[in-house]
Design a binder for this molecule. Structure first.
Ligand code: PGA
Length: 254
């Protein structure tokens, strides 16, 4: 099954009106060099309206970084409903990023709820999974991935993964400059795909599994060359258009 590479930029809490403009201008100007790769940018929520205008007419998708776990709008101060993201032009939303899990107390159950609400609103969730260094050292990587994915599978069923993306992001590799080896990434991706395959082989074969964690222009090609790595979720390197597009070009060259 041929899966289209997806390279997604997670801007996290970075940006300004001015830097967003130059970042998108830079991405758009180099977009033809990676025409077969799907490109996604996920700016902070307050900039969605601006970035939506900037990407207008360019093959660049827009995504949210977070979404409320509530299925209805209402009295939830500070939260953003999935339908609002959709209305602002988002087609994707990141759910369960390790920073949300670690810093904002998101449990597997909350992440699963967010995944479900996003899909109901027509968004494609980018579900982040990944173990901490302590968990890897204790040989618990597969247990953690199975638990995190299992919580979502139990809530929404395997069929929901026909319209979802998974991102494997080992926590110890995020923002640390220490990336997983291509072998470590491939092993985790194959394990995740296997968990899905046990429930539905066709869906397992079609779901895209991105790698995230210190992906840079100089390691992207090797990571993307692995069979079960279908692109990347890029943090730091997504803030420089040259680096981000070099990563997209590495996907294009596969
Ligand atoms: P990083 O972040 O590329 O800066 O390591 C990746 C992520 O957190 O999605």
């Amino acid at each position: 099954m041929q899966r289209q590479y997806l390279v997604a930029g997670n801007w996290k809490m970075n940006g300004s009106l001015e830097t967003n403009r130059s970042l998108i201008t830079g991405i758009a100007s180099q977009r033809t060099h990676c025409a077969n790769v799907e490109v996604l940018v996920c700016p902070p929520a307050v900039y969605l309206a601006q970035v939506r205008e900037l990407i207008d007419g360019h093959p660049i998708n827009l995504g949210g970084q977070n979404v409320a776990d509530q299925d209805k709008t209402g009295a939830f101060t500070g939260e953003t409903h999935a339908a609002m993201l959709r209305e602002m032009g988002c087609t994707y939303v990141i759910v369960g990023h390790s920073e949300r899990r670690a810093l904002y107390g998101e449990t597997d159950a909350v992440v699963a709820a967010k995944f479900g609400v996003a899909q109901v609103a027509g968004l494609v969730p980018v579900l982040c999974l990944g173990e901490t260094l302590e968990e890897r050292d204790r040989d618990q990587t597969e247990t953690v991935l199975a638990r995190q994915l299992g919580a979502v599978l139990d809530r929404v069923g395997v069929g929901a993964f026909a319209r979802a993306v998974i991102a494997y992001e080992p926590v110890w590799a995020i923002g640390t400059g220490r990336t997983a080896s291509a072998g470590q990434a491939q092993a985790a991706h194959a394990f995740i795909r296997g968990l899905l395959a046990a429930r539905d082989a066709k869906i397992a074969g079609s779901v895209r599994i991105l790698y995230g964690g210190s992906v840079k222009p100089d390691n992207a090609a090797e990571l993307f060359s692995s069979q079960d790595v279908d692109g990347g979720l890029i943090g730091g390197a997504s803030l420089k258009s040259g680096d981000f597009m070099a990563i997209c070009a590495a996907a294009q060259a596969q």
